[in-house]
Design a protein around this ligand. Structure first.
Ligand SMILES: [Fe+2]
Length: 291
């Protein structure tokens, strides 16, 4: 009889341990759908206690959609991460900074470009300047990362900055100065590569943060084409792709049908197939929700 009680005790103990050790989800990620079928990068994270984190925010024309999304979540942004000041990343944010209309940004994280570095891409400098000016005018508290490696915990969600602005890079300078960010909890991990190019991608792959690159969800660099190297994708382990990509880029379509453009997307899609990756979240197909 005593032996029976002991067995019941062991069974009860087993079931009481399972819920305590099972990985718990502490955040939801949305990849926002492309609103005008142009290139843009926009992600929102909601933590278990309702804290809102934004990654970039997309182009200027997507500001109304982003405002609506944020309003539905309470209009308070705990942290806004800006990967780099290209218009498809800071356009909507600049509009919000100019006229917040009730949106409160408690903290913004970036790796600021110096004025001289902004001029390395003369076409993009005015939008970058407008963004930095609007940010300063509103007085949002900012953390600027000059070196990689910083890690922060926002309501149980971990963020680690893996790359920062590299003003020594003269090739593809804005994209190669993207902040790559690892986001994770016990249940899932996401690697945001933003628009990292080949050069910074290879530095990251061969640098001290290699162990931070394997992940569940990988945001495809530079909207899925001419981003990091094929070697990067072949080396890093991941199970699903996040594509912040409009249909014409995804299909390499110059207006004459599939694969009629000069973009690299189809090659990268073929590589994903070769790697056995079958789960794809693509922004032109609609809102993706990952829990
Ligand atoms: Fe971009």
């Amino acid at each position: 009889m005593k032996r029976m009680y002991f067995i019941y005790f062991i069974i009860a103990l087993f079931f009481s341990i399972i819920p305590a050790t099972a990985a718990k989800n502490t955040f939801t990620l949305w990849q926002l759908p492309s609103q005008i079928n142009t290139i843009g990068n926009s992600y929102i994270i909601l933590t278990r206690n309702g804290k809102v984190v934004v990654m970039d925010g997309g182009v200027k024309e997507e500001a109304p959609y982003l405002r609506g999304f944020l309003a539905a979540l309470g209009n308070e942004v705990e942290a806004w991460f800006v990967t780099h000041p290209h218009p498809d990343h800071i356009g909507a944010l600049t509009e919000i900074l100019k006229t917040p209309q009730g949106i409160v940004i408690k903290k913004l994280y970036q790796s600021e470009f110096s004025p001289a570095f902004r001029d390395t891409e003369p076409d993009c400098a005015p939008a970058a300047n407008a963004y930095y000016d609007a940010l300063a005018a509103l007085g949002v508290p900012v953390t600027n990362y000059a070196t990689p490696g910083a890690q922060l915990d926002i309501d149980g969600v971990n963020f680690k900055i893996l790359t920062v602005t590299n003003e020594n890079i003269r090739v593809n300078p804005y994209n190669n100065s993207s902040m790559a960010i690892r986001v994770w909890d016990k249940k899932k991990s996401i690697l945001f590569l933003a628009d990292l190019g080949l050069e910074s991608g290879d530095l990251l792959l061969n640098g001290p943060y290699r162990k931070d690159l394997d992940c569940d969800y990988l945001q495809m660099a530079h909207h899925g084409q001419r981003g990091v190297s094929k070697d990067f994708y072949r080396t890093v382990k991941f199970s699903a792709c996040l594509w912040p990509t409009p249909s014409w880029v995804y299909n390499n379509d110059a207006g004459n049908g599939f694969n009629t453009h000069t973009l690299e997307t189809v090659e990268i899609r073929e590589l994903m197939e070769e790697l056995g990756i079958t789960r794809h979240y693509i922004s032109f197909e609609g809102l993706s929700k990952i829990e």
